[in-house]
Design a protein around this ligand. Structure first.
Ligand code: ZN
Length: 166
């Protein structure tokens, strides 16, 4: 059943990221971000009929931030879902500046589906920086984040004009 698979993904994302918080002053549970990304994908005209992409959305930070192995996602969902998560995962072995540079450099090579997922992720992150920025970020750092996030989105294959308006 489609709804059960999607809720399973939302549930395991909540469990896997249970101790993680957003960086804003509200210290929101990280799962709020994951569910926002999921509903943005599910509402978009390009994503609404793509069940595995909707399932990958709440799981998109699982490998990078929760250290969940790729193989675990294959076991619990399927290889297509794990592959989508992998496509939007940074290599944490690299320094932060290098990861940020690579997000722009690698963006043009993403699949349409990964591009939609990344666009939803950046939309959620930009909203957070606008509404509840990380407490220790001065204005210039927030501006710099917005410039970088736009550069990533601009370098992606065109994914969803609908979502770009958000
Ligand atoms: Zn994210």
């Amino acid at each position: 059943m489609i709804t059960a698979r999607i809720l399973k993904a939302a549930h395991v994302a909540a469990v896997w990221h249970a101790k993680q918080r957003r960086k804003g002053s509200a210290q929101e549970p990280y799962v709020n971000h994951l569910l926002e990304v999921a509903y943005l994908v599910a509402e978009s005209p390009e994503g609404r009929n793509d069940e595995n992409l909707i399932i990958a959305a709440p799981l998109h930070d699982a490998i990078e931030d929760a250290k969940i192995p790729y193989s675990r996602i294959v076991e619990m969902f399927e290889a297509d879902v794990a592959h989508l998560v992998q496509e939007v995962t940074d290599d944490k072995a690299l320094a932060k500046q290098e990861r940020k540079r690579l997000q722009i450099a690698n963006a043009p090579h993403k699949s349409q589906r990964a591009a939609l997922l990344k666009l939803a992720d950046k939309t959620s992150n930009l909203r957070a920086v606008a509404n509840d920025p990380p407490v220790h970020w001065p204005l210039e750092r927030r501006r710099e984040y917005v410039r970088w996030a736009r550069a990533v989105v601009d370098a992606l294959p065109p994914a969803s004009p609908w979502l770009r308006q958000k």
